[in-house]
Structures are given as structure tokens and as C-alpha cells.
Design a protein around this ligand. Structure first.
Ligand SMILES: O=C(O)CCC(=O)C(=O)O
Length: 269
């Protein structure tokens, strides 16, 4: 099988695919790390701000730092999320690469900085969830998904993302809770189809490596016990097979027409 077939086959079957080698140049990753630190200091180098988040400079150092739309505030993060290699990988995984008029557009980005845990009380876990639960602005069936890029070496002890293999096909409703900290009890509340197994796959990635996951794949992450920060960007993307409800530009689709926030990274608009 070609790389393209392998990537798409895995994405379709498992609901995610890991590309555990650097997909973008190391110097771009290094610049994006500096951009991340700049944003965490409350600064920008574009004259524009991120669009908020549940974190602000000065917050407790053992909380998950999540900042919305950081590519607006950092030129380096913009250059990273609009790198054509990410568009190519996403187009191959989804199949947009083989469709006439296929395209991939970034529509939202989250900066995620998971500090080293200072103890079990650290509030840096990400509870089990499906992204779809939070994405009500998109028409049902829209091809919307996430490319998560590691900006640090994400090993087993860093609180890597954990994907539940095949869960994108589970018909049951999942009660998503991104901020949930008790993953064990949350898991007990998730109904599974007859015969399905709960198989957790850790996204172990080098700096510049990526995972791509479906909007219905259940995922979460635990504490970072590595003693160093786990750095990443969650880049939410769409293909030509997606449409905002009522074709509106509001909430999560507000910035769709702004190429400095939502660049098209594969094909034409
Ligand atoms: O970074 C994490 O641990 C979770 C990120 C996430 O939920 C996502 O990329 O959709």
C-alpha cells in the first residue's frame, strides 16, 4: 500500500492516525515554542490577540494552559499551522487528496501547555470527550477533525493524548467532559457497543510529529510526570465536505473568512 492508502485506512478504521516522525522542519517547531512562551507572557508579535481561553498569564502554574486561536498573535505559530505538510497529511488521511476540488482549511487552533504535575491535585488532565460534543456550529456529517502537533518530545510519562481505538464508530452518545479530572469514573459512565473493547492508544510523538483524529473519536490525557512541560497545538481542520449550520459565521465559525486566522492549507477555497 502507498503511504496515502495506509494513512487513510488507519484513520478510517481506528478514528485516528499517528505520524511519529517530524512532519515540519525543526527550526519552525523551535520558533513556535518561542511563540508559545511569548503568548504565555501575554505578548504578541502581530498586533493581534488570541481570542481568549480558560487560562491567563499569572494563573496557577500547575493548571493546564489552553489559549484559543494563538496563530493570530504569533507569526511563528501561524507559519506552523499553515505549513503545507500538515495540509498534505490531513488531505491524505481524510481522502481530500483524491477528491476533485479537495481542500483542507484550519478553522480553530488551541495552544495546549501541560505543565509537569506537582502532585495528584494538579489540574492538567483532559477528560474523555468527543470533539463533536463541542462543535455545534457545524452541520451534522461535516468532515471536521483535529491535527495535534507535538512541540516537545511527548513520551509515555508526559501525559500523552490517549485515543480509544474505533470509538468514532460507537453509536452511543458520549458525555464529554474536557475538563474532567477523574478519568476512571468518567470511563465507567461511557456506554460501549456489544463486543467492543476499550483500547487506549497513547500518541507518543517526537517534536514536529502529529496525530490526526476524527471528531467522534473518544480521547483524553493524564498527568505529566516527566518533569518538563508537554507542549502542543490542537489544530482543528475541515475539508470541502463541511458546512457551518445555516452557513453562518458565528461562534466557532466566526473567523472562517479571515485567512490570517483560518488559512486554507491544501487545495483551493
Ligand atoms: O492535548 C490533550 O491532551 C487533549 C487535546 C484534545 O482534546 C484535542 O486535540 O482534541
Amino acid at each position: 500500500m502507498t503511504t496515502l492508502e495506509t494513512t487513510k485506512t488507519r484513520f478510517d478504521a481506528d478514528g485516528f492516525v499517528l505520524i511519529d516522525r517530524p512532519v515540519v522542519p525543526a527550526d519552525l517547531v523551535a520558533r513556535a515554542v518561542e511563540g508559545m512562551d511569548m503568548i504565555r507572557r501575554g505578548q504578541n508579535d502581530t498586533g493581534r490577540e488570541p481570542t481568549g481561553g480558560c487560562w491567563k498569564p499569572g494563573d496557577a502554574p500547575d493548571r493546564l494552559c489552553k489559549v484559543e486561536q494563538p496563530q493570530r498573535a504569533s507569526k511563528a505559530i501561524f507559519d506552523l499551522v499553515s505549513h503545507p505538510a500538515l495540509g498534505q497529511a490531513a488531505a491524505e488521511a481524510t481522502g481530500a487528496a483524491t477528491v476533485p476540488g479537495g481542500m483542507v482549511q484550519v478553522w480553530w487552533v488551541q495552544l495546549l501547555y501541560k505543565p509537569a504535575a506537582t502532585g495528584e491535585q494538579s489540574v492538567t488532565r483532559v477528560g474523555w470527550h468527543r470533539d463533536r460534543s463541542y462543535w455545534g456550529e457545524w452541520e451534522p456529517g461535516s468532515e471536521i477533525f483535529t491535527t495535534w502537533i507535538a512541540l516537545s518530545d511527548v513520551r509515555e510519562d508526559c501525559g500523552p493524548m490517549m485515543f480509544i481505538r474505533g470509538s468514532h464508530r460507537w453509536p452511543q452518545e458520549v458525555k464529554s467532559d474536557f475538563f474532567g479530572q477523574d478519568l476512571e469514573s468518567q470511563r465507567r459512565g461511557i456506554a460501549m457497543p456489544e463486543g467492543a473493547a476499550w483500547e487506549e492508544v497513547a500518541a507518543i510523538l517526537p517534536p514536529g510529529g502529529i496525530s490526526i483524529h476524527d471528531d467522534l473519536t473518544i480521547h483524553g490525557s493524564g498527568l505529566n510526570h516527566s518533569g518538563r512541560p508537554r507542549r502542543s497545538l490542537a489544530i482543528h481542520m475541515r475539508t470541502q465536505a463541511s458546512r457551518p449550520i445555516g452557513d453562518k459565521r458565528e461562534g466557532l465559525t466566526t473567523y472562517l473568512e479571515d485567512p490570517l486566522t483560518c488559512p486554507v492549507i491544501y487545495g483551493k477555497r
